[in-house]
Design a protein around this ligand. Structure first.
Ligand SMILES: [Zn+2]
Ligand SMILES: [Zn+2]
Length: 877
């Protein structure tokens, strides 16, 4: 292979891919105890976009790092291949979803290979293949038998012209010349007809059965970002309180849910949502109510009085009943008791409707101005009958216990998972509808129910496939029709990480022993937009699988890493924009290095050509160091301070980068690589390099680089004529104890900055000699004593030491200067001196001056007096 002076990953990628494949380096052989490292698999939407590149670059860097550390790593990839985009593309390009999806997979896989992602492709899975989705159907059966499936009416978008249901994404803004009726959400994406809503029978997974467990389980997810567990907590939305029955004249009891039953004496009205039975009944009698209830428009008033009254069960008082839009039909019971004094939304409503605001809670401190806003905190009850004077916390349960009309109740915001999609490109739901028997499960032996051939139609292609829909009832043998709904694609992605364990098994969805051994996934990396749906569904699925006896784990993911968004000009980089930016302009591997170096994985960052250029320069810098070495440079056999410094710095770089990779601070690991590259260049230019030290430096550099730029690292490793492939090389370990490496680095940085300052401030053109004087022993003793002492007694503690006290006034004033909080740990005097001696060549090189490091006893008194631990005195002549 011919090598040029500049690095071009395209010219080497094929060769290294071939070698990697030939040696099966990414294939997991030993399933004994591997680390399971997983990036969220992509939708097959066309091309990889920047979000994918970042996601998989992070995951791949971690997998490579762990593999070099000696772990067996399971790092698979597959395709989330069902879904609407393929159907849309099929329409736009007059093809079919299968062909479109196949072409996307081919393209995306090639892009992944170009990026150098190291996957175990022997485990590749595609969710649109019958040998995958038959298990969705099997799970549906099992869930159905377990009581986790429900069939009931739900509202859907309906195009009256296409006579089909539309997904939310297929309801689009109208063309400029079409005025929509108020209340209409949009038009059909295909025919521009205004969309209506309809109620249809739909299939649900009853995830709400697990609401409480999904909530409490969050407390144990220590490896998940707090932001995600908090979003799930809010999404599940548990509220504890009570249901209270208010008797409405001429109707009967109306149940309200309240989280604050103790404020019942402050209820001044009762409100029901427009969909409540009471509202519907009243609409039949009262035209104004009817108009309010039935309108699709933005309502002009917050609510309307109904003329009815309700009896407050705590006070016996009659209060007015309203129909109010702010009361949501599917939250709680669809009815509330209005306590404007102590609930914000009730306050807003009462103000709008001119209803009385009654104070029944006195804040523990300060006062409440209820004319302005509701007081929603705790306090002492006022004007609350027998409960007056009780604390709100205590009275909350007492009132519920005492009142016959009240029952303790818990409500969740979480809704059941509607899995029905009236689409073609998804898993057929394994149900047939029989006129005699109703919905009947398809027997296991008849699975998989494969999709019929795709036809272009305005509606659901499954409805057109009469050969496919017409069937016989498995129960009575009579005529029946197949269910034409397919499953939400989130079903496919809810268990794919299990299929990777045994992708070829035809008898089971996954090998249960392997699953019990390998789960939970050790590290799962993906975008933060998946905080609720996908990441909640996998938790639900694991529990449901556990309850049907297929899995012993109930939590599927141990550690979750959320990567931030790649922005361009402040906007999210979508596929098309990503391509417009030409991410490969500097080469795919530069892109990869750039997305990793730009920011901490969990942060958003803006795509900037300048920063991409820096990543490119780093690559070239590393390549030319190694290239030049491989071409043959003059080398020496030396063991001076510079060599000792370099050895030490290699250890420090390894220690720092290891910590960084372990905690996903990949951008900082790249900073280490950058820093080491500069140092090696400097060392090379300083003097004829010591052969052993320089080679060790280059080898360490390449091993730190291998997780983030595998082609470059492999190519350079090969130039060094090192053993094996770098992907299979061991991760370096520091040769010496590096506990205090950051202190050593700080010392050197401080001294170099100080010298620069002095040279500049004093206007020294050409310094001849730099003298560094290390502080005397007693100052280290004083410093350590001060660190141990209480802040108030620092001076006396320091001065109580005989070896310090004997330095009189100097000791006293140094002790004074230490009188502050949080003294940083320091190096010992001997370590400090050794480090300065090792680092002196850097100053010599930078200022072209002789550098001398002295002990205080060998130095000028005035200079010695100025020296402090961590801050040697500096003299420049
Ligand atoms: Zn239409
Ligand atoms: Zn039947």
């Amino acid at each position: 292979m011919h090598r040029g002076r500049t690095y071009d990953h395209e010219s080497v990628q094929e060769f290294w891919q071939y070698r990697w494949n030939q040696e099966d380096v990414y294939e997991l052989e030993d399933l004994e105890d591997p680390l399971y490292v997983l990036g969220m698999f992509p939708y097959t939407s066309g091309n990889l976009h920047m979000g994918h590149v970042r996601n998989y670059a992070i995951t791949d860097a971690y997998a490579r790092f762990k593999r070099m550390q000696g772990h067996e790593v399971l790092h698979p990839m597959g395709w989330d291949a069902f879904g609407l985009p393929a159907e849309n593309a099929a329409h736009e390009r007059a093809t079919d979803p299968q062909s479109w999806t196949d072409s996307c997979i081919a393209r995306m896989r090639e892009e992944m290979e170009t990026m150098g992602f190291g996957y175990d492709w022997s485990r590749e899975i595609t969710t649109s293949e019958p040998d995958y989705y038959r298990w969705n159907q099997q799970f549906f059966r099992e869930f159905y038998k377990e009581g986790l499936v429900d069939y009931r009416g739900a509202e859907v978008n309906w195009c009256p012209d296409c006579e089909t249901v539309l997904a939310d994404a297929q309801v689009v803004d109208p063309p400029a010349d079409v005025d929509l009726d108020p209340g209409t959400e949009g038009v059909c994406w295909r025919c521009d007809t205004p969309v209506e809503t309809r109620e249809l029978d739909q299939w649900f997974f009853t995830i709400t059965d697990y609401a409480e467990e999904l909530l409490t389980g969050l407390n144990d997810l220590d490896g998940w970002p707090d932001s995600v567990t908090e979003m799930q907590r809010n999404w599940i939305g548990k509220r504890e309180g009570a249901q209270v029955a208010f008797e409405v004249g001429g109707y009967g009891p109306v149940e309200v849910f309240t989280a604050r039953p103790e404020t019942i004496h402050g209820a001044t009205y009762l409100a029901v949502g427009p969909g409540h039975d009471l509202a519907r009944e009243l609409a039949g009698e009262d035209a104004t109510v009817a108009e309010y209830v039935e309108t699709d428009e933005e309502r002009e008033t917050a609510g309307i009085p109904t003329g009815r009254t309700a009896t407050n069960p705590a006070t016996g008082e009659e209060i007015p009943v309203y129909v109010a839009a702010y009361v949501l039909d599917d939250v709680g019971t669809g009815a509330v008791m209005g306590v404007p004094g102590h609930n914000e939304r009730d306050h807003e409503f009462a103000t709008a409707m001119d209803l009385p605001v009654r104070q029944v809670v006195e804040p523990a401190s300060g006062s409440a101005d209820l004319d302005r806003e509701a007081y929603t905190g705790e306090g002492e009850l006022l004007d609350s009958g027998a409960y007056t004077g009780r604390s709100t916390e205590a009275a909350r349960s007492e009132i519920v216990d005492d009142l016959d009309a009240a029952e303790p109740d818990t409500q969740y915001r979480l809704r059941d998972w509607l899995i029905s999609r009236q689409r073609y490109w998804g898993t057929p739901i394994p149900i047939v509808h029989c006129e005699e028997c109703g919905p009947v499960l398809v027997p296991e032996d008849d699975l998989p129910i494969e999709l019929p051939e795709f036809v272009q139609t305005r509606g659901n292609p499954l409805d057109e496939a009469t050969d496919w829909t017409e069937t016989t009832c498995p129960e009575c043998g009579g005529p029946a029709e197949r269910e034409t709904d397919t499953m939400d694609t989130f079903v496919d992605s809810s268990w794919y990480f299990l299929r990777f364990l045994s992708p070829d098994r035809e008898d089971v969805p996954f090998d249960p022993d392997l699953a019990n051994e390998l789960l939970p996934v050790d590290v799962y990396v993906g975008g933060k937009e998946h905080a609720v749906l996908h990441l909640l569904y996998i938790r639900f699925f694991a529990r449901a699988l556990a309850d049907i006896g297929l899995l012993e784990h109930r939590e599927p993911v141990d550690r979750l890493v959320n990567q931030g968004t790649v922005l361009h000009g402040g906007r999210k980089m979508s596929d098309t924009e990503g391509n417009a930016i030409a991410p490969h302009e500097y080469g795919a591997e530069t892109t990869r290095l750039f997305v990793l170096s730009a920011a901490h994985p969990n942060r958003d960052f803006d795509w900037a050509a300048k920063d991409v250029g820096e990543a490119y320069d780093l690559q070239q810098g590393i390549y030319s160091l190694v290239y030049e070495y491989a071409e043959g440079i003059q080398l020496a056999d030396r063991d001076g301070p510079a060599e000792r410094y370099l050895d030490r710095e290699l250890d420090r770089a390894v220690a720092a980068a290891t910590e960084d990779y372990d905690s996903f601070r990949i951008h900082q690991a790249i900073d280490e690589i950058r820093r080491l590259t500069r140092l090696l260049g400097r060392y090379r230019a300083y003097d004829t390099p010591d052969a052993e030290t320089y080679r060790a430096g280059l080898k360490t550099l390449l091993r730190l680089l291998a997780p983030v730029a595998p082609y470059l690292a492999e190519e350079c490793w090969n130039m060094l004529q090192a053993d094996r492939l770098i992907v299979e090389t061991d991760w370096p370990t520091p040769a010496s104890d590096i506990e205090a490496y950051d202190r050593e680095r700080t010392l050197v940085t401080t001294v170099r900055d100080d010298v620069r300052d002095i040279v500049e401030t004093a206007g020294i053109d050409d310094p001849e000699r730099v003298e560094l004087v290390v502080a005397p022993d007693w100052k280290y003793t004083a410093y350590e004593t001060a660190r141990e002492a209480d802040e108030e007694s620092i001076v006396s503690a320091v001065m109580s030491d005989e070896t310090v006290r004997q330095h009189g006034e100097a000791a006293e004033s140094y002790a004074q200067s230490l009188q502050r909080e949080g003294l940083e740990p320091i190096l010992s005097r001997a370590t400090e001196q050794a480090e300065l001696e090792r680092a002196s060549w850097l100053l010599e090189d930078e200022f072209d001056a002789a550098v001398e490091v002295r002990e205080a006893s060998d130095a000028d008194d005035e200079l010695a007096a100025r020296a402090e631990p961590g801050r040697p005195a500096i003299y420049i002549s």
